[in-house]
Design a protein around this ligand. Structure first.
Ligand code: ADP
Ligand code: MG
Length: 680
């Protein structure tokens, strides 16, 4: 949860000064990360109990009611078993005498006093004039009959009573001043409530409308401040990362671009132009290219590396796995050869033979090698460059920030390009990418046949098997994915292992491979290589099958229990096929029991647009567990919700941009000290 500062630092105090917080209680609070008045004030109710009073003229017998009653007699508990008691308390409700029946709850009765008014909740018996009580609470507010009353409900803190907690919060509210204020223009424009009033309302108001308004203002505060913070970081980064322009002319790149076996798509061209603009600017590039599987990101990487090479510098291109790095090398080399470029391009992984490795290391540091493709092996200390100017990471969500910066630090003034097939939905990108520039490749290379997706109910498995046989007879290769490695008593779903046995019976003339996460990575690599070589016809696997790997002859993807996977995962899996000339298919085998499960299958049948699917996935799952979002450092706010409050996210983004572009000394000073806890 992202916690933003709301109180000026000089007005923050420790809560051990508060009344009724002794050393022991203070320790308990501390264990729950509540140390200061600011922490307490931000310990907001998780929900409100609604005490809407029941309209007495409309009561039906046996109904749950909330009524105000005046106690006039408190009976003694009569025990009918060990710790089982029944107590009668007599009250007037609008001058009519009623009996309140308490079962057990002796501690509650002890707290009652005669001649005091209470709000009583329970089940009413009109004939007997009785109420069986579930809750009773002092009526300490002026209630009239219509007024709704709310009671805040806090997440319980171990060994601290709600009363102590609330007392502490109320003291903190009373004793605190110096809340952060938003610029007055924004307050007016968006009709915001000041933060002190907001928190007062959140903790103490009984009026749901007021509470909603307070939440709205805090949401804006959270989103605006977060945007301001991110954009300020970006602004500072740009100042720090100033560099000499490289002065690349687009025409210089034509020996490569004009000799490719295909024409670049519009989006590829745009991204290339943007990257060149970045190279020619006075700030270092920090750009993420998002493009669906198969949208052609690799060639964009090559063009960028080529531009760098033309200016006499080196590039490094890092992929998360050896297979991927090897495929990239082969692919890029073939382009380089076809275009007859004089570029030296090499591969470095942990399995590069020692002698070869020595040569590569020495040629990297002497500057002979122009482009190095590799895995994490590029990060080791011995890898030194002559003049590294560009770092590219493929499938960037597989790398940490640190790994990227290790590579970047091997040169001076290094541009960074990241590539991902995991689309961050547009809805999130404002927030997620505050300190990053993003380019999209939405268009698919021409002539690519859409993948036909079909959903089969488990009952129609035979029908699917018939289609599968046809594909195998045409020498096509097939991926099969299951949610489990082996059968489980706990989960009713297909396992890769049981499918492996089933398929061995069904297709005994074909060679079948079984891959899952329990295999060592070189075993997985070997299986993958066999599949690429077509030594294997059917590869049965869990979701470990590699992202980005190209097996053009694989034209069928079968996903069992597909309703168990999120949309984005399904889309990524489906992207393993559809890379060759043949028509490709994706078969989803599932009998979903929930509405969302059914909806997911339908969305998959209807759409092949990764961005659309990402939006839908987000809608259905929320941003918290969104694939790839965790890695992008997306915060969960206390109140703001990145999807539901999308419009506000946009406004906050625009307003923050304005303030960063018109940075005053005051704001600058304040932002230099502004430290949100982004991961609490
Ligand atoms: P991804 O974006 O998933 O990394 P790749 O870069 O692996 O995609 O490209 C997928 C395939 O599409 C490769 O075989 C690549 O050569 C080819 N390709 C890339 N751009 C084009 C294009 N503009 N026209 C036709 N084919 C293209
Ligand atoms: Mg790729």
């Amino acid at each position: 949860m992202a916690i933003l500062p709301i109180i000026h630092t000089n007005r923050i105090f420790n809560i051990d000064q508060l009344d009724k917080i002794g050393p022991k209680t203070y320790e308990k609070f501390k264990e729950n990360h509540i140390v200061t008045n600011e922490d307490l004030i931000q310990y907001v109710p998780t929900r409100y109990k609604d005490y809407q009073l029941t309209d007495l003229t409309q009561i039906e017998d046996g109904q749950q009611v909330n009524v105000v009653g005046l106690v006039y007699q408190i009976g003694k508990p009569s025990y009918y078993a060990k710790r089982r008691s029944r107590t009668i308390v007599r009250v007037y409700i609008k001058d009519i005498p009623f009996k309140l029946i308490f079962f057990n709850q002796v501690y509650l009765i002890k707290q009652l006093t005669v001649e005091q008014e209470y709000i009583i909740s329970g089940k009413i018996n009109l004939a007997k004039q009785e109420i069986t009580v579930n809750r009773i609470k002092v009526n300490d507010h002026e209630h009239n009959d219509e007024k709704q009353t709310l009671e805040p409900h806090y997440r319980k803190i171990k060994e601290i009573s709600t009363k102590t907690l609330q007392h502490a919060i109320h003291q903190a509210l009373d004793m605190t001043s110096g809340y952060v204020e938003l610029p007055i223009d924004l307050v007016k424009k968006y009709k915001l409530t000041p933060l002190d009033v907001c928190y007062e309302t959140i903790h103490r108001s009984q009026d749901s409308r007021q509470i909603e308004l307070a939440k709205r203002s805090i949401k804006f505060y959270e989103l605006f401040m977060f945007q301001l913070y991110m954009q300020y970081k970006k602004h500072n980064q740009q100042l720090k990362d100033s560099t000499e322009p490289l002065n690349v002319e687009i025409d210089e790149l034509s020996p490569l671009i004009n000799h490719l076996p295909f024409e670049l798509t519009i989006d590829q061209k745009t991204v290339v132009e943007t990257i060149i603009k970045d190279f020619n600017g006075t700030h270092l590039m920090n750009r993420l290219v998002q493009g669906d599987v198969g949208s052609g990101k690799t060639i964009v990487a090559l063009i960028a590396m080529y531009a760098i090479h033309l200016k006499g510098y080196q590039s490094a291109f890092m992929a998360p796995t050896e297979i991927l790095a090897t495929q990239h090398l082969e692919g890029l080399k073939s382009f380089v050869d076809q275009c007859r470029l004089s570029v030296q391009i090499e591969l470095l992984t942990s399995s590069t033979p020692t002698k070869e490795r020595k040569r590569i290391l020495s040629e990297l540091s002497s500057g002979e090698i122009d482009m190095i493709i590799g895995t994490h092996a590029l990060l080791t200390e011995e890898v030194e460059f002559d003049q590294l100017k560009l770092v590219i990471t493929d499938e960037q969500h597989r790398f940490g920030v640190r790994q990227r910066s290790i590579l970047k630090d091997k040169g001076q003034g290094v541009h960074v390009l990241m590539m991902t097939a995991t689309p961050i939905p547009r809805t999130l990108s404002f927030t997620a990418m505050g300190d990053l520039n993003v380019s999209l490749i939405r268009s698919k290379p021409a002539g690519r046949k859409p993948i036909i997706t079909r959903w089969f109910d488990e009952r129609d498995h035979d029908e699917m098997v018939t289609l599968l046989k046809d594909a195998l007879n045409e020498r096509q290769q097939v991926f099969v994915v299951a949610p489990l490695i082996e059968d489980s008593d706990m989960v009713e779903a297909h396992s890769a292992e049981s499918l492996y046995y089933l398929y061995q019976q069904l297709f005994n003339h074909h060679s079948i491979g079984l891959m899952h996460g329990k295999l060592k990575s070189d075993e997985k690599d070997e299986l993958m290589q066999q599949f690429i070589r077509h030594d294997i016809d059917i590869l049965i696997s869990t979701t470990v099958i590699e992202v980005g790997v190209n097996v053009p002859n694989a034209s069928l993807m079968i996903i069992y229990n597909s309703d168990r996977f999120g949309l984005s995962t399904l889309h990524q899996l489906r992207g393993r096929v559809g890379r060759g000339h043949k028509q490709s298919y994706c078969y989803l085998v599932a009998s979903p029991k929930t509405e969302t499960g059914i909806q997911r299958m339908k969305i998959m049948e209807q759409s092949e647009d990764g961005f659309y699917i990402a939006e839908k996935d987000l809608e259905m799952r929320g941003p918290g567990d969104f694939l790839g979002v965790k890695q992008s450092g997306l915060p969960d706010f206390q109140f703001a919700h990145l999807v539901e409050d999308y419009k506000m996210v946009m406004y906050a983004h625009l307003e923050a941009e304005y303030y960063i572009n018109h940075l005053t000394d005051d704001l600058k000073m304040w932002l230099d000290n502004f430290k949100p806890e982004l991961e609490a």
